[in-house]
Design a protein around this ligand. Structure first.
Ligand code: NAG
Ligand code: NAG
Ligand code: NAG
Ligand code: NAG
Ligand code: NAG
Ligand code: NAG
Ligand code: NAG
Ligand code: NAG
Ligand code: CU
Length: 625
């Protein structure tokens, strides 16, 4: 069946042929506890430092002086990361400086021991217009690193995007790099940062990044604001997971996770571990797990949900409360009603929901998380409980929490993220036709010339990182693994429709760096016969375009055997990665990009950035420090 499909796909892929420095602020004494906020902010200081200690808990030491003692106490009592909009919405834009020492340590997030990058990393909280400086020291023994600021536009700072192969070489062991960029005056919302080197993100090298919108006028009613970084979790490290997938023996089936973690906490039943894969497991009791929130509050409560996982989509519900989706990705406000459940949130995507507690008779509300099983069919993992339940509030003592979550009802009370629309109409109105079109086909293929190993393709290209990175080379020097359609501009930035066809049986969550796009259309073909592809040069789309109130996102799930049509204003010059956010697909080449150029820059000469290349001379050399 799969082989026949591959034949069909090759037909589709072939049908038309290819047309185809930062300034240091402050001293660089890492390893000492220093002020987090510098500049004009008066209410310093909460200092955060990633400690390299493999002994100390918590994973990240919060050291407080002066204000904000509640961070520590609340963090000990509840799972959700409490945010502090009141400290950001009314102040002036400033410079926030962070010093991070990235290290590995042995931890048991869900009871099973694993070497992880100390995670989740510190949360960056800022406001629009802030300048962010992160001094990153690579304290790892044998791996390079890079950090990417997922969802931020990085205008004028393409070289700070962290995309290995595109914008920089890895920061070598013992080396450091200063990420320095300014958040746009109109940018706000829920973002996150994560490693963009190899597969480190899946072993915990990530954290939250929330940009608060400055309050208009003097009054601001913010209520409670909290962050949940939720993702699937593997007991093997991601390097092993990728090796397993990239072997012909996987038959192209995606790896199935062992559990899930929420802000670094998970649940796993040790007795489910299989002999073939022994684990060091300490059975956690539900009563020792932190509840979602320390207390029920009557103030409006915003929960910002980020899928930090590697393969699985996620659906959420809280029994005893309604969830009201209010925004997706970088603050696209959505028009929706409160519902009982919200999903499916795919890896890399974010949704903000308001929680409203019900007066009803639920004594001990639960947070229920459902991992989507779309990709779990190949080699099932009997040890995985895909439907997990946690206490939603402190003080619960319901022992039945050892069971799995109640069944999910996908009825009229379910809020389908793919069906959300924006609460506003774009201005100026979106034209019916874009000036340019980029047509793409994405597909995992097992070709005999690659020993039947699954590889990810965008059109005919399977990606491998080029060294030195593309940003330091002109276009004519890029190798055969690079596929970055060029979008030029004249005096006005071009409007572009990006049509992404998915020729696989599972969805691909696609993330575009440095840009947001309107999702004009999304189509999914059911069943196994027939493709829902859209080629604008040959046919009409299978579903109408929404030009009236489409959501604006930076990550979108392209449905199985279907497509999405994305409308982009190409006003942010740079080399921007466009890739599947499933780690094994990205790791096997499902990566393209957009080269958004200034006029007459087809050779990419004007934009060349040598700072990206300077890191490369350190690649392979052990300690230049
Ligand atoms: C991708 O492949 C399709 C089909 O071969 C082709 O029509 C399209 O132009 C290609 N896209 C680009 C950007 O080259
Ligand atoms: C980073 O942490 C490691 C491991 O604890 C330590 O050896 C190293 O000195 C630290 N580096 C800095 C610059 O703090
Ligand atoms: C992953 O785990 C394997 C053992 O299963 C180990 O050999 C390897 O060094 C680990 N890799 C990383 C990057 O942690
Ligand atoms: C457990 O919770 C119930 C209902 O909230 C309460 O009546 C009971 O006293 C609690 N028991 C303990 C041991 O805390
Ligand atoms: C683990 O699973 C076993 C078998 O299903 C069950 O009997 C046991 O109660 C579970 N333990 C926990 C802590 O959930
Ligand atoms: C998990 O929940 C979903 C939705 O309620 C259900 O269809 C599925 O059967 C459950 N899976 C397991 C293993 O219980
Ligand atoms: C999303 O919207 C489409 C079209 O309106 C509808 O067919 C589909 O059932 C909706 N999905 C859900 C889960 O409500
Ligand atoms: C691009 O790079 C190649 C190889 O380094 C060089 O031969 C060529 O002259 C460069 N082109 C431009 C326009 O700089
Ligand atoms: Cu994918």
């Amino acid at each position: 069946m799969r082989d026949r499909d591959d034949e069909e796909d090759r037909g589709l892929l072939d049908e038309a042929g290819a047309k185809t420095s930062p300034q240091h602020e402050g001293d660089k004494g890492f390893g000492s506890v220093r002020g987090l906020f510098t500049g004009t902010a008066k209410w310093t200081t909460l200092a955060i430092l990633i400690l390299g200690s493999v002994l100390a808990l918590p994973l990240i030491a919060y050291v407080c002086r002066g204000r904000l003692p509640d961070v520590v106490s609340l963090g000990e009592k509840q799972l959700a990361i409490a945010l502090h909009p009141e400290q950001h919405t009314t102040r002036k834009a400033t410079t926030l400086t962070f010093n991070w020492n990235i290290t590995l340590g042995m931890r048991s997030p869900d009871g099973v021991e694993k070497q992880v990058y100390l995670f989740p990393g510190p949360t960056i909280e800022a406001r629009s217009g802030d300048r962010i400086i992160v001094n990153v020291f690579n304290g790892l023994e044998s791996e390079g690193i890079s950090l990417h600021w997922h969802g931020l536009r990085m205008r004028g700072r393409n070289n700070m995007d962290g995309a290995i192969g595109f914008t920089q070489c890895p920061i070598p062991t013992g080396g450091d790099f200063v990420y320095d960029f300014t958040i746009g005056a109109d940018e706000h919302g829920t973002f996150w940062w994560h490693s963009h080197n190899q597969v480190q993100r899946g072993d915990g090298l990530y954290g939250g990044l929330v940009v608060h919108q400055p309050a208009a006028g003097s009054s601001s009613t913010v209520g409670n604001d909290a962050l949940l970084l939720i993702g699937d979790w593997f007991h093997r490290n991601q390097t092993d997971v990728l090796h397993w997938y990239a072997d012909f023996g996987s038959l192209g089936n995606e790896p199935v996770p062992d559990s899930l973690v929420i802000n670094g906490q998970g649940r796993y039943n040790c007795s489910m571990a299989v002999p073939a894969r022994p684990v060091t497991c300490n059975q956690l009791q539900a009563s020792s797990l932190k509840p979602l929130l320390a207390a029920k509050s009557n103030a409006p409560t915003r929960l910002r949900l980020v899928n930090t996982g590697t393969v699985a989509g996620i659906t959420f519900m809280i029994d005893g409360a309604t969830l009201h989706p209010v925004a997706v990705d970088g603050a696209c406000s959505v028009g929706s009603q409160p519902g009982r459940s919200v999903g499916i949130l795919y890896p890399g995507e974010r949704v903000d929901v308001m929680i409203e507690w019900e007066a009803g008779d639920v004594q001990q509300p639960r947070l229920n998380i459902y991992l989507d099983d779309e990709n779990f069919g190949g080699f099932p993992n009997a040890a995985l409980n895909p439907n997990q339940t946690f206490y939603a509030l402190l003080g619960a003592n319901d022992t039945s929490i050892n069971e799995e979550a109640m069944l999910l009802q996908l009825g009229p009370e379910h809020r389908d993220i793919a069906n959300l629309t924006s609460s506003s109409t774009p201005t100026p109105a979106l034209p019916a036709k874009a000036q340019e079109t980029v047509l793409l086909y994405m597909k995992t293929q097992k070709l005999s010339r690659f020993e039947n190993r699954p590889l990810g393709f965008v059109n005919h290209t399977t990606w491998e990182a080029q060294i030195p990175p593309l940003l330091s080379l002109n276009r004519t020097s890029w190798d055969d693994h690079q596929f970055l359609p060029f979008i030029g501009s004249t005096s006005q930035p071009a409007t572009v429709d990006i049509i992404i066809n998915n020729l696989d049986d599972g969805s691909h969550p696609i993330h575009l760096h440095g840009n947001s796009f309107h999702v004009l259309s999304s189509y999914r073909a059911e069943g196994r016969d027939g493709w829902g592809s859209y080629n604008p040069y040959e046919s009409e789309p299978l579903s109408a375009f929404n030009l009236v109130n489409p959501v604006m996102r930076d990550t979108v799930s392209v449905p199985r055997r279907g497509y999405v049509v994305l409308r982009l204003m190409a006003d942010n010059p740079g080399l921007w990665m466009l890739h599947c956010h499933m780690l094994v697909h990205m790791g096997t080449g499902m990566v393209a990009g957009l080269h958004i150029g200034g006029p007459d820059d087809f050779d990419h000469v004007q934009g060349m950035d040598q700072s990206a290349a300077t890191l490369c001379k350190d690649v392979g050399s052990e300690s230049q420090r």
